[in-house]
Design a binder for this molecule. Structure first.
Ligand code: 5GP
Ligand code: 5GP
Ligand code: 5GP
Length: 230
């Protein structure tokens, strides 16, 4: 009886060690890579402020690269001991200003937004990507998923006209080979508009994948939505 107890204790111990090392190896299932249309952030009742470094390009910008679980939930603020350190990404800052602009008020240089994204989301993938790797992965994904070029090639332009969400989503799917998820918000006049595009990325942060699950909620779009100018 004694030796049986010791055996089962031992196997229980092995199981615990295995579970712990696996969860630490990679405690999320995939990323959402989220881009935002600046025109739709700025024409809301909350308005926006251009960065101190100047008006960003008339192009989609990065909102974030978010670790997620395939059951739809997600981790956040995973490591308070690994705060944002801009000195680790000094070589990326000019590209971030162009591709990951912060449009919140008051006008700022972007560091608050990047710091928030790293601390809320990036720390949850730190077993795979360090800070430099995390921001670099997002910038590479942005150049791979050129939404404005894809949409414009399909005749969908930021001209203040309305476009069908299913047509927008199909154009993006045809352009990147994977089905995106579209989120909308509301402009000052109350019109639903194209705000964010989500695509899914494998745990390395480099390859697009089909989304294991789409975000909770319906994205708040109507069947046809405005694509405002910026
Ligand atoms: P989330 O937690 O929603 O990923 O990040 C949004 C946070 O980043 C909010 O606190 C928001 O004020 C801030 N933020 C700063 N600049 C921007 C921006 O350009 N777009 C968005 N969506 N949020 C921004
Ligand atoms: P947070 O509290 O997380 O800063 O922001 C809450 C919500 O308000 C987010 O959806 C964020 O994007 C939005 N938000 C925060 N600041 C601004 C702003 O200056 N302009 C706009 N349009 N939205 C903002
Ligand atoms: P909102 O409520 O404006 O859609 O989202 C607010 C913030 O919650 C986002 O900026 C993001 O930080 C986080 N968030 C919302 N939905 C998701 C999601 O499906 N996955 C992850 N990882 N984060 C999300």
């Amino acid at each position: 009886v004694l030796s049986e107890a010791q055996d089962s204790d031992f196997f229980y111990f092995v199981q615990q060690v295995t579970d712990t090392s696996m969860s630490e190896a990679q405690d999320f299932d995939f990323f959402y890579f989220v881009q935002q249309w600046p025109g739709s952030y700025c024409d809301t009742s909350q308005s926006c402020c251009y960065p101190t470094t100047g008006k960003p390009p008339s192009d989609f910008g990065i909102h974030g690269l978010w670790p997620n679980y395939k059951n739809g939930s997600y981790p956040s603020y995973c490591d308070p001991d690994n705060p944002y350190d801009e000195s680790e990404i000094s070589d990326l800052i000019s590209s971030m200003q162009e591709n990951w602009a912060s449009l919140s008020c008051p006008s700022n240089n972007g560091s608050t937004f990047w710091s928030h994204e790293w601390e809320k989301h990036g720390t949850c993938s730190e077993s795979v990507l360090d800070q430099h790797g995390y921001f670099q992965a997002a910038l590479k994904l942005k150049s791979k998923v050129d939404l404005l070029q894809i949409l414009q090639s399909a005749g969908i332009n930021p001209d203040g006209r309305n476009y069908t969400v299913s047509v927008i989503a199909s154009a993006i799917r045809d352009g990147i080979g994977y089905t995106p998820w579209i989120a909308c918000n509301v402009d000052v006049a109350g019109n639903r508009q194209l705000y964010e595009v989500y695509v899914c990325v494998d745990t390395s942060g480099s390859s697009l994948i089909e989304c294991p699950v789409f975000p909770q909620g319906d994205g708040k779009c109507t069947s046809s939505v405005e694509f405002p100018a910026f």
